[in-house]
Design a protein around this ligand. Structure first.
Ligand SMILES: Cc1ncc(COP(=O)(O)O)c(C=O)c1O
Length: 375
């Protein structure tokens, strides 16, 4: 039985063009980019080319890109870095209850250091209401962090409107774009944001690399102190190898046209599920404001994890997690107000550039078989 990978929101394969770009830096070009001799030249030049490629994707200046070890570090740097740099101005942070743990946990940590965190309500589709943000801002608010698109249900947040409100109040705005880059437009000026995180392994680069966009003038305190790498914003000898990988991936990600095909396949999958299961299957997330590759569906009255366990060879994710022997609804579905008998049956299928129509047909068939047996 052919394995079918439908978990691109968890991680993407490394694009062959990314592998080719990285190879010379694995096999040679070992110089430290900060050295002053011949061995540094290629590594330094490649690092800066890669920075330019990331900047071109985000529509920002090269010096506004800080390389990190991934999305989690970029988010930690944004939240803690902004808090530490602005704590004389206030201690209030605003975010949402559907953020990735790489936002939620730094918020909890900062609460232990005296931060006050407001979690905005979200609606049944996973969207925040910009008016709620407007009402939540106080003179002590120093940072707003709202994800660009949700990793579980794919809902796209009204970032432009929220960022405008933050700007009117002179509050720094961060968005976690780990799931949106390469799937929808992520131009920092169109979005109007000050800080934006990306993760390499969600965009066909390797794991262990990411970047944070820091708008000029938006000061953040580094988390890693040392020599003045990354213009003093993140110490540690830069990996030209990983930066080159992220740079090439970002260059490829500027072309959003593969997403037309991915969206069509995703929609075909959803239609097939509806034909097969009728009212027994429910879409989680927003019907239109949604990533083109993401399909989170609930098989009503079933347990998503049990279906997945029987779905031989199909890699996908479930919204429910098993904690101490009990199956719990994911915090995202909980915050959306999804009823437990619906949410427990949630499965996230996330498609990618390499997904084929045959894979979608095969996944539909296997699902039909599994549900017939377990029904
Ligand atoms: C929305 C979101 N943010 C952040 C991350 C973390 O990125 P990384 O794995 O590169 O640390 C992920 C990965 O699961 C994610 O989906």
């Amino acid at each position: 039985m052919q394995p079918i990978y439908l978990d691109y929101n968890a991680s993407t394969p490394v694009d062959p063009a990314v592998v080719a770009a990285m190879r010379p830096f694995l096999e040679g070009h070992y110089g430290n980019p900060s050295s002053g001799h011949w061995a540094a030249t290629t590594a330094k030049a490649a690092l800066e080319t890669a920075r330019g490629q990331v900047a071109a994707l985000l529509g920002c200046r090269d010096d506004e890109v800080v390389f990190t070890s991934g999305g989690s570090e970029a988010n930690n740097l944004a939240l803690k870095g902004a808090f530490f740099a602005r704590r004389d101005k206030g201690e209030h942070i605003i975010t949402t209850p559907i953020e990735h743990p790489a936002i939620v946990e730094p918020c909890r940590f900062l609460e232990r250091l005296g931060a006050r965190v407001t979690y905005l309500p979200i609606d049944g589709t996973g969207r925040v209401d910009p008016d709620d943000l407007r009402q939540a801002i106080t003179p002590r608010t120093i940072l707003v962090s709202i994800m660009h698109a949700n990793n579980e249900v794919g809902t796209i947040e009204p970032i432009e409107d929220c960022a405008r409100i933050a700007r009117e109040h002179k509050v720094l705005f961060h968005t976690n774009a780990a799931q949106s880059v390469g799937k929808i437009a992520t131009d920092v000026n169109e979005l109007g944001i000050d800080l934006l995180s990306i993760a390499g392994h969600k965009v066909y680069a390797p794991k262990g690399v990411g970047a944070l966009f820091v708008r000029r003038g938006a000061s953040i305190e580094p988390l890693i102190h040392g020599a003045g790498h990354e213009s003093g914003r993140r110490a540690g000898t830069e990996s030209a190898l990983l930066a080159v990988g992220l740079g090439k991936a970002c260059e490829l990600a500027r072309d959003l046209s593969p997403m037309h095909r991915v969206r069509a396949l995703r929609d075909r999958f959803w239609q097939g599920l509806q034909q097969q299961f009728g009212d027994g299957v429910i879409l989680n997330g927003h019907s239109t404001h949604r990533l083109p590759n993401t399909l989170n569906v609930s098989f009503v009255g079933r347990i998503g994890a049990e279906i997945l366990a029987r779905l031989d060879g199909v890699a996908a994710s479930t919204g429910s997690a098993c904690h101490s022997g009990r199956i719990e609804l994911s915090p995202v579905l909980q915050a959306m107000g999804v009823a437990p008998h619906v949410g427990m049956g949630a499965i996230r299928f996330s498609l990618g550039r390499a997904t084929t129509g045959d894979e979608i047909e095969a996944a539909l068939e296997r699902l039909t078989d599994v549900l017939a047996v377990t029904g």
